[in-house]
Design a protein around this ligand. Sequence first.
Ligand code: SF4
Ligand code: SF4
Length: 76
Amino acid sequence: MAREIRLQIKPDNCRACRRCLASDVCKVRAIVRIDSDEPPFLDAARCYDCRLCIPACPFEAIRVTGDFLPSVKTIC
Ligand code: SF4
Ligand code: SF4
């Protein structure tokens, strides 16, 4: 069964940093950049939702989609 990855990189927040600190912490290289002038994208096939990249981005460009509350709740 496919996993649901709810992270996204917000293009409005992303500064397309020369060195992407969020990408640096991703152990599976799920934050991918094709063009150095463009924001990276998140490869959902690689991402395992560890969320280490969220605090690593200094511009809060990586968000959990659909979360409007400060705490993340899991509904089973
Ligand atoms: S995701 Fe964050 S660290 Fe990476 S390029 Fe965008 S703003 Fe910079
Ligand atoms: S949640 Fe984890 S695996 Fe997914 S992009 Fe962020 S650091 Fe990589």
